[in-house]
Design a protein around this ligand. Structure first.
Ligand code: GDG
Length: 473
């Protein structure tokens, strides 16, 4: 059978099922446990010198994890610098937050080239290679330069913005050209795919052959839309855990309100957290004094806190949550429970289930798996309501959510009020449709449809010289 080789910046720890963060990791691990495969990437460790970099391999059933550390300099230039201070903000339409330096660009190229150097000797002729996300855009081209003629696919988890935004990034043209070395490039939504095709035609001077293919300088590239999903059944099981429900009942007995809204986000400026807090404050303002309509629980797990933009947003949220609690809090009520640490996945699942509202309001998001997890966790006989930003990729599919513009504080506050007052029959009907959609696009369908599309792309026969080189490695 064809071996699957997955390459991502970080490799997930394959703990017990359900412990990995994100349905993506869970599904990839499940699939690789079943069919065997190789997962290559950074193990999270840092070393001082490049000469100290060595590959380590661990076996988990039929799945091999092959990892390597980065140097401290790589971490600064490749990871924090180019990946997270250039590509992340630009792909999330935040040109104002992008910080470009020559060292960062050079570090990005260096680490991608090194990944290719480390991986190439371990590849087999028939491997199917799947590269993930914005850290590794040029990896396909780096592998081709080393004679790798296998089918190589790339999936972008984050948005692909319109050409006007991307052209503000120095070097983006060169970077986008490297995408043409893949056989298949996958996007979360049709609008990301269309933006990419426009970039190829308007900026690079290529041709849009069809909505799912472009041509440039004799290279032909297939693109596709593959919405990322979650492992629905494992999430349902976690949310239904009776012990979790007991815990919730205990603290409900001590609180002033039984209605909760929940938000779970990495603490990232793309997630629209200050706007969410302001909308919640607007909701509380709209009720008569002394009414305690709802508590907002916001888990904001720490992320990339070596970067100034992340320190700034943390300070902003601390100030805002303090203001809301200062103004509306009471002896028996903390209106906004802001949790700035990582919480176990099982705890998140039972809190989704106990919350009348799932408040998912990013300013821009590739997909947003939290929206899908919230839906999966609901009690189908008395479900909560998903409020979802129109700028999350998930909104292309989850139309039965209350779709909002996250910049419009009044609109979000109004949607919260509507969700509080929504009759059970309407909640059940909306939830039934949403459940159908998240099952249609679950993690396994995402992976299977991507790999099927990749396999049907042109193969080695197009590159006989590269095949020869590969044999010689
Ligand atoms: C990228 C794209 C795209 C969060 N806090 C905790 C925790 N989480 C889990 C959530 C969810 C995952 O992390 C976050 O996934 P999202 O999809 O919401 O967002 P990103 O991390 O930005 O992911 C995104 C995704 O890739 C997949 O393609 O949807 O657009 O940006 O699973 O539950 N998990 C635990 N503790 C926490 O405190 N255990």
């Amino acid at each position: 059978m064809t071996r699957l080789v997955v390459v991502s910046n970080r490799v997930s720890d394959p703990g017990p099922k359900g412990s990995a963060a994100g349905g993506l990791a869970v599904c990839l691990l499940d699939a690789m446990r079943d069919r065997g495969g190789l997962w290559f990437g950074w193990n999270g460790d840092l070393v001082a010198e490049e000469s100290e970099i060595a590959i380590s391999c661990t076996k988990h059933g039929r799945c091999t994890l092959m990892t390597a550390p980065l140097t401290e300099r790589d971490y600064r230039e490749f990871y924090l610098g180019f990946s997270n201070e250039v590509l992340w903000p630009i792909h999330h339409y935040r040109l104002d937050l992008a910080r470009f330096t020559l060292e960062a660009g050079e570090g990005y190229r260096r680490v991608n080239a090194r990944f290719a150097d480390l991986l190439t000797p371990h590849l087999r002729r028939s491997d199917l290679i799947w590269v993930h996300d914005y850290h590794l855009i040029p990896l396909g081209a780096d592998l081709r330069a080393r004679g790798v003629g296998n089918q190589i696919g790339f999936f972008l988890h984050i948005p692909f913005p319109p050409p006007d935004i991307l052209t503000a990034a120095p070097e983006y043209e060169r970077l986008a050209l490297t995408l043409l070395d893949y056989d298949l490039v996958g996007f979360q939504t049709a609008s990301d795919q269309a933006n990419f095709s426009r970039f190829v035609s308007e900026v690079l001077g290529g041709e849009i052959v069809a909505p799912d293919s472009v041509r440039l300088e004799g290279k032909f590239l297939k693109t596709g839309v593959f919405p990322a999903g979650i492992d629905v059944d494992s999430f349902v099981a976690m949310a239904e855990d009776p012990e979790g429900a007991n815990k919730i009942r205990q603290y409900e007995r001590h609180g002033a309100t039984r209605l909760y809204a929940i938000g779970v986000d990495r603490l990232d400026y793309s997630k629209g957290l200050p706007e969410k807090f302001l909308a919640f404050r607007r909701l509380l303002d709209s009720y008569p004094e002394n009414d305690k309509p709802m508590t907002l629980i916001q888990v904001a797990s720490p992320t990339r806190d070596d970067l100034q933009a992340y320190v700034d947003i943390r300070h902003e949220l601390e100030a805002l949550s303090g203001k809301v609690n200062g103004k509306f809090g009471d002896f028996d009520w903390t209106p906004l429970r802001y949790i700035h640490r990582s919480v176990p996945r099982e705890t998140i699942a039972v809190h989704y289930r106990a919350s009348r509202i799932g408040l998912v309001t990013p300013l821009r998001d590739g997909m947003n798996l939290v929206a899908k997890e919230y839906v999966a966790a609901q009690d189908e006989a008395d479900p909560g309501v998903l409020i979802l930003s129109r700028f999350a990729g998930a909104a292309e599919d989850l139309q039965e959510a209350l779709i909002v513009n996250p910049y419009d504080i009044d609109e979000v506050a109004h949607a919260m009020r509507r969700a509080i007052e929504m009759r059970k029959e309407e909640r059940i009907e909306r939830h039934r449709m949403l459940m159908k959609r998240i099952r249609q696009h679950d993690a396994c369908n995402w992976m299977v449809s991507f790999l099927r599309a990749l396999r049907s792309c042109r193969g080695m026969e197009d590159r006989p010289d590269q095949e020869k080189q590969l044999r010689e490695i």
